[in-house]
Design a protein around this ligand. Structure first.
Ligand code: ADP
Ligand code: ZN
Ligand code: ZN
Length: 743
């Protein structure tokens, strides 16, 4: 049938076409615009350029509808529709809308988070690949007569039925230069889909390892479930070969022509891991993390969107990357708190990964050596399937733990005598030592011996940390710094002293104690220059370093096979914290740090210096294992009705004055009272654990309920009212759903 006989003459429409647009600004409503160009259709999720105030903004289409002509209320028109079709699928549109509702965060801002910066700013997308249209599964079953009221669509639809194959844009252009609006309408009705060149079938470059029994069981189980949504928690001790399991499952997904997203904490996304994936898979692999440029991230996003790339390795925001052929989402180190975004759109990439898996109907794998209590609770509730790897792959054995009671012991720069002795013994055997202390700088406090004056930050409620190396005092909260003082500004005494220990101080102590051994300090200060971390890691692996000392940075990702002694210098700060999450984080940290050692045939020893050697949970962790610890910790949470046995939302506010912060939260409290929800616990307003930070006063109000649904219902009513609160002073407020720290 002659396709070119299409007539695209538009009769004057008796309707106004009104489009609801989400604009990335902090408001909780959508904006109406007119779509005046009748030849265009808009799809949910498509970007549009719209006039906004005196400016223009990029917004995202939420829906559109014809309204009978009424006097036009001065609605402005969309300037330009940037995407037809939308760059995200309908499932992802639904997913993002869900996320906006769940986190009570403006839809426009949620969409903006899902797009790379250039696209947020309105850059037009360049498709380098050939684009095809083809009948969708739904389209294949449709009788064309059902389209008889839209003759142009019917005609185009019939062309696809006759051709029985995907048709490229070039092909369609030859028939009629105006085919696009009919095609877009059919896409909108989900009768046609768009495809690009799909990933070519994988060719193995390096064969998979032969899996051990536990690995094989996990792989088989996971492969059986590849076609639908499911959540699996892969709990495997460090070095048990989780990555190998992921890779063998990914292999299957690729063979089915589908794509995979692998999310990792920033710090574990190392070049070594990337190299491991590249050696194994010959398909295109993309990366998305904060060390890349915006343009690199944009390219990765488009490569996945168009299906050029089959694997995406990335950090939390990579979760939103659109997929041409979604197959699998993996989240490694699922317990890691960096999966929770702590400002702006405060989403949990772990929780959203599961929701996205649900919307896309694909499996989600969560992996960890130290699973979060939430995930273990979900296993107990049979929401997740649990697969365990309890042995180290290869030959390595498990380390042995020792609690070292340091009450009444004099410490030399943070090290007790028994620990120093162990270090000596290890060094004598020519083996490596790893010391962990999660505090940078020389010491956290500078104090005057004569008058007890303490160097404090001018902007925060905290003391300044001494950094001898740079000869400064620095605030670790706002970055304020000043030169190091050598006499007291209050009493002019020169007897200034340091309190507490930081890595710099331990390093100096180690040089004195072990002058003939090499020490390498790894923290954010010592690895500031680009490439220095890599160089340090190389020296460590070559055995040029005897003692490794570091912070957080050491706890993740890196493997130090020649280390046989690991010591955590201070575990007590985790035991004394007021935040109920602290003990879980400490247990995870201990196991993760311990997992860095003894990879090879040599078994390792892990020493914990503590003033609470009989702490019950700590004892269970070391005598039994992490899973027993978790079971007990969960029982404590249940008894106290804390999450995951209840649900929390934290309303935070900050302002230049204390009064305006408190006043706002009191108003919020009043609104909550009016809503009178049963069984709702309201704690606060109270000052945040560190109330004054960078010159602002932080206060908070914690809401807790035993039912997630009830808490959400309350917030549905409350949040719109928060936007409406009139304030005399400028304040900033935010809502954190499922907060992971109360700080
Ligand atoms: P995890 O991700 O659980 O920490 P990895 O997958 O990194 O563990 O595996 C740890 C080490 O064991 C790696 O060097 C890996 O190559 C090796 N390994 C994993 N599975 C096997 C196996 N089935 N046979 C031999 N070596 C293995
Ligand atoms: Zn003094
Ligand atoms: Zn400060």
């Amino acid at each position: 049938m002659p396709f070119h006989s299409f007539s695209f003459l538009m009769t004057q429409s008796p309707y106004l076409h009104i489009v609801k647009v989400a604009i990335p600004i902090p408001v909780n409503h959508l904006f109406d615009y007119l779509l005046t160009d009748n030849s265009l259709t808009v799809q949910p999720g498509a970007r549009v350029l719209v006039p906004f105030g005196r400016n223009k903004k990029i917004g995202f289409v939420v829906n559109s509808a014809n309204h009978e002509v009424k006097p036009n209320f001065g609605l402005k028109s969309i300037i330009k529709v940037l995407d037809h079709p939308a760059l995200i699928s309908h499932d992802d549109f639904q997913f993002l809308s869900w996320a906006s509702r769940y986190y009570h965060y403006p839809l426009g801002e949620v969409f903006a988070t899902a797009f790379p910066v250039a696209l947020r700013k309105g850059k037009t997308v360049q498709y380098s690949q050939t684009k095809y249209y083809q009948l969708s599964d739904r389209g294949k079953c449709l009788n064309p007569q059902q389209l008889k009221r839209s003759p142009k669509q019917k005609q185009l639809f019939e062309l696809f039925m006759t051709e029985k194959q995907a048709l490229s844009t070039q092909y369609l252009n030859q028939y009629d230069k105006n085919w696009r609006s009919a095609a877009n309408a059919l896409v909108h009705k989900q009768l046609l889909t768009i495809v690009y060149d799909l990933p070519s079938p994988p060719v193995n470059t390096e064969p998979p390892l032969s899996a051990n029994n536990q690995q094989q069981q996990a792989i088989n189980q996971l492969i059986q479930q590849l076609n639908h949504f499911s959540v699996t928690l892969l709990a495997g001790i460090t070095g048990s070969g989780k990555t190998e399991v992921y890779m063998q499952v990914i292999q299957q997904v690729l063979e089915g022509g589908k794509q995979v997203i692998v999310l990792l904490p920033e710090i574990t996304l190392t070049p070594q891991l990337e190299a491991r994936f590249r050696r194994r898979f010959s398909v295109q692999l993309s990366l998305s993390h904060s060390r890349l440029t915006e343009s690199q991230r944009h390219t990765a996003w488009m490569s996945m969107q168009q299906g050029h790339s089959a694997i995406l390795l990335g950090t939390r925001s990579a979760l939103f990357t659109p997929l041409q052929k979604p197959g699998l989402i993996i989240l490694d180190e699922e317990h890691d708190s960096s999966f929770k975004q702590q400002q702006g759109f405060r989403f949990s990439a772990r929780d959203l990964a599961i929701m996205r898996g649900k919307f896309l109907d694909i499996p989600v794998i969560l992996g960890s050596a130290t699973p979060s209590l939430e995930s273990l609770h979900n296993v107990e509730k049979r929401r997740y399937q649990l697969l365990t790897l309890s042995e180290r792959a290869g030959q390595a054995s498990q380390p042995e733990f020792l609690l070292l009671d340091i009450r009444n012991q004099s410490l030399m720069n943070g090290l007790s005598k028994p620990l120093i002795k162990r270090i000596q013994q290890t060094l004598a055997k020519k083996e490596q030592v790893l010391l962990f202390l999660n505090r940078r700088g020389y010491a956290p406090v500078l104090i005057c011996h004569s008058c007890s004056w303490v160097a404090r930050c001018l902007h925060c409620e905290t003391s300044l940390v001494i950094h001898y190396d740079d000869n400064i005092l620095r605030c670790h909260h706002c970055g304020h710094q000043q030169s190091l003082l050598h006499c007291c500004p209050d009493c002019q005494a020169t007897s200034l002293d340091s309190l507490g220990i930081g890595t710099e101080k331990v390093e100096k102590g180690l040089h004195q104690l072990f002058p003939n051994h090499s020490v390498c300090r790894l923290d954010r200060d010592s690895t500031k220059t680009k490439g220095s971390l890599e160089e340090n890691l190389r020296q460590i692996n070559q055995g040029e370093i005897d003692i490794i000392l570091g912070t957080q940075m050491l706890a993740k990702g890196h493997h130090f096979p020649q280390v046989t002694l690991v010591a955590l210098l201070d575990v007590d700060s985790g035991l004394f914290s007021i935040d109920f999450h602290a003990i879980e984080k400490l247990a995870q940290l201990i196991i993760q740090v311990a997992g860095r050692s003894g990879r090879a045939e040599k078994s390792g020893q892990v020493i914990l210096q503590t003033r609470q050697p009989h702490h019950p949970l700590l004892t269970i962790l070391l005598k039994e294992d992490y899973l027993s610890f978790a079971k007990n910790a969960l029982a404590e949470r249940q008894q106290a009705q804390l999450p995951p046995f209840s649900f929390q939302a934290l309303i935070r506010v900050y302002a230049k004055t204390e009064d305006s912060s408190v006043l706002f939260l009191q108003q919020v409290g009043g609104l909550i009272q009016q809503l009178s929800f049963d069984n709702l616990q309201v704690l606060g307003p109270v000052p945040a654990p560190m109330a004054k930070r960078a010159g602002y006063y932080h206060f908070q109000l914690l809401l807790q309920h035993s039912q997630r649904r009830s808490l959400q219902a309350l917030l549905d009513q409350l949040v719109p009212q928060l936007y409406a609160i009139k304030l005399t002073q400028k304040i900033r407020w935010s809502i954190d759903i499922d907060p992971i720290d109360l700080y």
